[in-house]
Design a protein around this ligand. Structure first.
Ligand code: IMP
Ligand code: MG
Length: 185
């Protein structure tokens, strides 16, 4: 990859404008871990929503360790039907939790809060399973796209009304490996 100012060119020739670089992300993840730790979750069960959150979750749980939080971690894999850049609204479970959510303090982690349907689905699911508390943490909040009334308890950054990639987020399964968050230009 060739880097010029805040735009990088991939080996396939796409130009990606860097919106949040790796150092900025790392600082914010450390701060988020502090906020979550201060909220005092009791024996937390951290539930990253796959796939987009896997890199954020990996960084966040290690930052949580630095604050003295020792969570259990289990994954929920959700997909929404639809095209690669627009959510259709129907969510399905691709892989369910192994853990019993009943009575637990759960921290849901997702990459980006867009229409809100994915996070609302996950929150409703775990609430219906009688979790004691379901908190939510997202790396990015795209407020302008919301169609369900939901706000994240912890949020990394506000996101512009653009389709973003990198730091786990994809366009048709590509670009997840980028260590920064950017927009294809
Ligand atoms: P929601 O259900 O519409 O809130 O969408 C949430 C999911 O859509 C996220 O977990 C992402 O996987 C995906 N998503 C939404 N916006 C973007 C984007 O700009 N880039 C990459 N993925 C996105
Ligand atoms: Mg996702």
């Amino acid at each position: 990859m060739l880097e010029t100012a805040s735009t990088i060119v991939t080996t396939a020739g796409e130009r990606i404008e860097v919106l949040l670089d790796a150092a900025v992300i790392q600082d914010r993840v450390e701060a988020l871990a502090g906020e979550i730790s201060a909220a005092g979750l009791h024996k937390p069960l951290v539930v990253p929503i796959l796939t987009g959150s896997f890199i954020f979750a990996a960084d966040l749980i290690r930052a949580l360790h630095g604050t003295g939080v020792a969570p259990e971690v289990d994954f929920l894999s959700l997909a929404s039907y639809g095209s690669s850049t627009e959510s259709s609204g129907r969510i399905r479970i691709l892989r369910d939790l192994e853990a019993d959510a009943g009575g637990r303090d759960i921290l849901l982690i997702d990459d980006i809060l867009d229409t809100g349907r994915t996070l609302a689905f996950a929150k409703d699911l775990l609430t219906a399973r009688r979790a004691r508390r379901v908190s939510t943490c997202v790396m990015l909040d795209k407020k302008s796209a919301r169609s369900v009334d939901i706000a994240a308890d912890f949020c990394g950054f506000a996101c512009p009304d653009a389709f973003v990639v990198g730091y786990g987020m994809d366009l048709a399964h590509r670009f997840r490996e980028l260590p920064f968050i950017g927009r294809i230009v």
